[in-house]
Write a protein that binds this ligand. Structure first.
Ligand SMILES: Nc1ncnc2c1ncn2[C@@H]1O[C@H](COP(=O)(O)OP(=O)(O)O)[C@@H](O)[C@H]1O
Ligand SMILES: O=P(O)(O)OC[C@H](O)CO
Length: 498
């Protein structure tokens, strides 16, 4: 039999499914990617077809393997990383979903979240889960499915239905229904999981009306949880790593020491700080979350989740039509000297950290007769850096120490001017690694460690390599002026849609 040579990383994101093959040196030897459908049944609602999530993920895995002409025998392990919070409910017998996946961006349960807050549950929920009450997390989405699909609640109570985040769904499909599991980093995003005693919580299950019997078994991020039982993409390969995509990116960035921070500039921005073995509570509306569990030890993190970041570029392209390809935003924004007094708050889906305002909506301020599409493009890009700055300030305050370095990745981090502006605005050194595939690398590392493909963390640390570094060159007065105007703009959009 051929020797196992690669780790297969499955990266199931919000807009596409990707599969990567990684070798022992950490080199990405093959990549395949497929976009899948975004379903918007009503304003503020976002769904995915779970069967399309699976078929796109399985087909890119097969494609990545076919490119190197591999069979399952040459895959040492599979690592899974995924869009988090997105909720799927399926029938245990048939394996068929009873509703589309309700995506993390979906706001349909906002009113119920208001009720929970008004009833005074916020403190207990934050204390147990580290999270705030928001439609973003899984629990209210599961409750909505059980309340709105005819007969679902009775079937759930009878033990006929299973709930899972996207990792669980993929594991279920890969193992042909043999394993119903998730990992602790994904569990910590559901609002149903106590991050301190590391168990599903009965009081929370009752509050959200989610029967305990629906929930998956919670595993660590790096252990063999089963083997693939489907021939597509390959049978009998150990599934050995699972982590939510932001936690995986943090591991892929090797933010393994307390105080280290990464920011992933994708559709949204997710800024996560390693807080070590302590579940640190935020005074500034950041989330306390599980980074990973490795070798029996839990590492915690503080997270600032920004819902709209690189998505502003997609909006310029698809909504306004002022560019045709994302990368054109750079030339357009750089064609003007500055933002010309234009500020854009991209609260398309409310505002996440540190504001948590589900009723905020997007707006552009400061438009004059001299404003062009270039100023608007520039304001859109700057909004990504402003939102990040707000979260970093909150994080520095929570940590009680100034932040020295920000490791960056994700699609929008290729934009040098944006990274320069980010460094200028924050005064923090921005460091971009050579490989931006940190999410998939994190999943590969977790899987590889579990099967001895890599010996230990020390071996993996050698794989991460710095690519570029951006220092602050912004005058303090310019910074203060920009931030003053940005915060004035944010104040104006608060509660807009209430
Ligand atoms: N040159 C660029 N400047 C700024 N943003 C960009 C650029 N190129 C791509 N993007 C943005 O990066 C995002 C894609 O990043 P990616 O990490 O693949 O996102 P996700 O994993 O959330 O789907 C898109 O929102 C896109 O608009
Ligand atoms: O799929 P991404 O990369 O946009 O990440 C989504 C996050 O996990 C949502 O919490």
């Amino acid at each position: 039999m051929a020797q196992a040579k690669y780790i297969l990383a499955l990266d199931q994101g919000t807009t596409s499914s990707r599969a990567l093959l990684v070798d022992t040196e950490g080199k990405i030897c093959s990549v395949a990617q497929k976009e899948f459908g975004q379903i918007f049944p009503r304003s503020g609602w976002v769904e995915h077809d779970p069967n399309e999530i699976w078929s796109s993920q399985a087909s890119v895995a097969a494609e990545a393997m076919a490119r190197l002409n591999l069979d399952g025998g040459q895959i040492a392990a599979v690592g899974i990383t995924n869009q988090r919070e997105t909720a799927i409910v399926w029938d245990r017998k048939t394996g068929e979903p009873i509703h589309n996946a309700i995506v993390w961006q979906d706001r349909r349960t906002s009113a119920f979240c208001d009720e929970l807050r008004a009833a005074g549950h916020a403190e207990m929920i934050q204390q147990k889960t580290g999270l705030v009450i928001d439609a973003y997390f899984s629990a209210t989405k599961v409750r909505w499915i059980l309340d709105n699909v005819p007969g679902a609640r009775q079937r759930a109570q009878a033990g006929e239905l299973a709930f899972g985040t996207v990792d669980s769904w993929l594991i279920w499909k890969l193992t042909n229904g043999r394993v119903h599991a998730t990992d602790i980093s994904n569990a910590s995003r559901t609002l149903l999981f106590n991050i301190h005693d590391q168990k599903w919580d009965d009081e929370l299950c009752k509050l959200f009306d989610v029967p305990r019997s629906m929930l998956p078994e919670v595993k660590s991020c790096s252990e063999v949880i089963g083997a693939t039982a489907t021939t597509f993409p390959a049978a009998n390969v150990p599934i050995a790593g699972i982590a939510g995509d932001q936690q995986a990116a943090m591991f892929g960035q090797m933010c393994t020491e307390e105080g280290m921070i990464k920011n992933t500039y994708g559709t949204g921005c997710f800024i996560v700080m390693n807080t070590g073995e302590k579940a640190k509570r935020s005074k500034n509306n950041l989330l306390t979350t599980v980074a990973w569990k490795l070798d029996g030890k839990v590492t915690y993190a503080l997270e600032g989740s920004i819902f709209i970041a690189g998505a502003v570029v997609q909006w310029l392209r698809d909504g306004l039509g002022c560019i045709t390809r994302s990368e054109q935003v750079e030339a357009l924004a750089n064609s003007v000297e500055d933002n010309g007094g234009v500020y854009m708050v991209p609260a398309f889906a409310g505002l996440g950290a540190p504001y948590w305002d589900q009723y905020a909506r997007g707006a552009i301020f400061g438009i004059t007769r001299g404003t062009t599409d270039a100023h608007i493009a520039r304001a859109c890009l700057e909004s990504i850096a402003f939102q990040t700055k707000d979260v970093l300030d909150a994080m520095a305050d929570d940590a009680g120490i100034p932040i020295a370095e920000l490791r960056v990745d994700g699609g929008a981090s290729v934009n040098d001017r944006l990274m320069e502006f980010q460094a200028g605005l924050t005064g923090v050194k921005v460091v971009r690694p050579q490989t931006l595939e940190t999410t998939a690398m994190g999943a590969a590392f977790f899987a590889g460690l579990a099967v001895g493909y890599w010996k230990d963390l020390a071996e993996i640390r050698k794989i991460w390599k710095k690519g570029a570094e951006f220092e602050s060159h912004m005058a303090p007065q310019t910074r203060a002026e920009l931030l003053k105007n940005w915060h004035k703009a944010v104040d104006r959009v608060r509660d807009w849609d209430k």
